[in-house]
Write a protein that binds this ligand. Structure first.
Ligand code: ARG
Length: 578
């Protein structure tokens, strides 16, 4: 918690300036505070200061610095023990005050606990989801949507001004082919019935034909040329493909609870690429290579193609135009792109070339967030083998299964359909965000829907338990004067462990945002839930002792609040009952 870190930083500065007479080091309290880490192993204290950060200014080894500071630092009311361990200074927070400090903060800040305003006045753009239109939304797009949504929420929580962009793949030669297929086969289908499956079916069919018959490819090229030149009928058709695609995607976005501020996709940049080519040319970095125009990127790197030898632009050219446009339009502090790791090379190139297009402050803010693949337990995902699982089916299955489980557990529950949706969708999101994002994940619906273990339903259920305890105890935070709660009564080991964990919420949000790693928050929520279970097993909440009951209820309330808010940042709703 910031307050405690502040105290620790003050102690260190005091030791440095008064005792070690190193006032000339000029390290500020703020700098020291930001260096404090939360040790993985609680044996190493509640906070640790890595002394190598001072090695340069103090011209000494981290181990020596740790020993010197620890012998001259004084314990305080808040910090009961300080230990030097291999170059780290470990701080142990006294449990006497921690209950009051942390709990008072949570109880007074309520829903805004964990938020901060460090990003105020700064703009962050997140480019995520971004499916290629006229194709169904499949499992592969699930990850970018879920991770991008969570990252947006994390930055929002830190006070940044967010612009969420769905950069639709809505341009390219394939639309020439699709138009050809559509014109040939449309009468065989009732498109409106299942537009995306039908369009992708048409695309697969025409693609096959084109392989056998070269003239179809010529026709497709011609079609796309017409489209590029703004042919009215072709544009209308393209618009139709885009509209029906978006309509279906929006159904999924609604289920997942995510929204976008802009759907400017690749097509939007069709008329904005000339300027990019012009700027690169004027800078003298655009060179001819085998008929194409490219930007060279160092000795052993392949060049970035800007204009192909046949005169057409590519995916990269449009992304460069988007960088330029977004810098001007959104004046971003960071522009974050969430895609699978297959595009690592693409973004490396784009970011490098962008240095020639925009100010350094913008090119420094370009960030690619790659993630791993999704595999189904039952087999690989492949269009060719016909085992593609569409997201829509997966979500429906998960909701149906959740409904069956809930029905078994609690047959008379009200709002069963809504709860099944919250649990079924939450389970999928939670599973996705539980692992380090670069790892490939395996999808096993039975596993993600388990009510025990590290799953969405488990933490949702923990939240529901907090609410039912509070209800049973008749505890309503809005009817209580916080000052009347005797928080000093929370001193048992499992209470303190839980409170300390709750105190880390704000830092966890910051860490997850800075590392673009929502799993930091997911794992934290699992930890809070498991510490809560331990506390609840160890001690009765509803006791005869009214004062104690109230203090423990306050802790139950605080736990519920952190779990619910944490899940909501991940994009997961919490049922009140289940
Ligand atoms: N449409 C691309 C795909 O489905 C992802 C686009 C990512 N964003 C970007 N600015 N390139 O693979």
């Amino acid at each position: 918690m910031e307050e405690i870190k502040q105290k620790i930083a003050e102690c260190i500065v005091k030791a440095l300036t008064e005792k070690l007479e190193s006032g000339q080091t000029n390290v500020t309290i703020e700098e020291l505070r930001d260096c404090l880490e939360i040790p993985k192993d609680p044996c190493n204290g509640d906070y640790a200061f890595p002394c190598f950060k001072l090695a340069k200014v103090l011209k000494d080894s981290p181990a020596n610095i740790a020993c010197k500071i620890s012998s001259s630092i004084e314990t305080t009311e808040e910090i009961c023990k300080i230990e030097p361990v291999s170059g780290y200074l470990n701080f142990f927070v006294s449990s006497e005050n921690i209950s009051e400090t942390v709990m008072n903060k949570i109880l007074s800040e309520k829903e805004s606990y964990g938020s901060s305003d460090e990003g105020s006045g700064k703009n962050v753009v997140v480019d995520y989801s971004s499916p290629n239109i006229a194709k169904p939304f499949h499992l592969g797009h699930l990850r970018t949507t879920i991770i991008g949504h969570a990252i947006s929420n994390l930055y929002k929580e830190l006070g940044y001004n967010l612009t969420k962009i769905n950069y639709l793949g809505d341009w390219g030669r394939q639309f020439g082919l699709l138009i050809e297929g559509y014109n040939r086969f449309k009468d065989e289908y009732d498109i409106e019935k299942d537009a995306l499956h039908i369009l992708s079916d048409i695309y697969v069919r025409i693609n096959k034909l084109a392989k056998e018959d070269e003239s179809i490819m010529d026709k497709a090229r011609e079609n796309f040329k017409k489209l590029e030149d703004g042919d009215k009928d072709y544009l209308a058709l393209w618009q139709y493909f885009r509209d029906i695609s978006l309509k279906e995607y929006n159904r999924i976005y609604e289920i997942l609870g995510c929204e976008f501020d802009s759907y400017n996709g690749e097509a939007f940049y069709n008329d904005k690429m000339d300027e990019v080519i012009d700027i690169l040319d004027k800078k003298g970095v655009l060179v001819e290579s085998e008929g194409a125009k490219v930007v060279k990127l160092g000795e052993n790197e392949p060049p970035c193609i800007i204009v192909k030898s046949n005169g057409s632009t590519i995916y990269a050219t449009r992304d460069l135009a988007a960088v330029l446009y977004r810098a001007r339009t959104y004046d971003f502090y960071k522009a974050i792109y969430v895609t699978s790791y297959e595009q690592i090379h693409h973004f490396k190139q784009i970011f490098e070339v962008s240095k020639n297009l925009v100010d350094k402050k913008y090119s420094d803010g370009l960030i690619h967030v790659p993630y791993g693949m999704v595999r189904l337990k039952t087999g690989k995902m492949s269009t060719r083998e016909g085992t593609v699982i569409y997201l829509q089916d997966l979500i429906s299955d998960s909701i149906m299964k959740a409904e069956r489980i809930i029905e078994e557990k609690n047959p008379n529950i009200e709002n069963r359909a809504l709860i099944a949706k919250q649990v079924g969708v939450g389970a999928i999101i939670f599973n996705d965000l539980k692992h380090n994002k670069i790892k490939d994940i395996v999808f096993d619906l039975d596993e993600v829907l388990r009510f025990d273990g590290e799953t969405g339903p488990y933490v949702q259920y923990t939240y529901v338990r907090t609410q039912s305890i509070l209800k049973k105890a008749g505890f309503n935070i809005d009817e209580i004067n916080i000052n009347d709660i005797n928080l000093k009564l929370l001193y048992e080991a499992s209470e303190i462990d839980l409170i300390k964990e709750l105190s880390n919420f704000e830092e966890i949000i910051k860490k997850a945002a800075e590392s673009y790693e929502p799993s930091v928050l997911t794992r934290y929520i699992i930890e809070v839930a498991s510490l809560f279970s331990k506390f609840y097993n160890d001690y009765p909440v509803i006791t005869e002792n009214v004062e104690l009951k109230q203090a423990r209820c306050a802790l139950v309330y605080a736990t519920g609040l952190v779990i619910k808010k944490g899940l909501s940042i991940l994009g997961i709703e919490c049922p009140e009952k289940m």
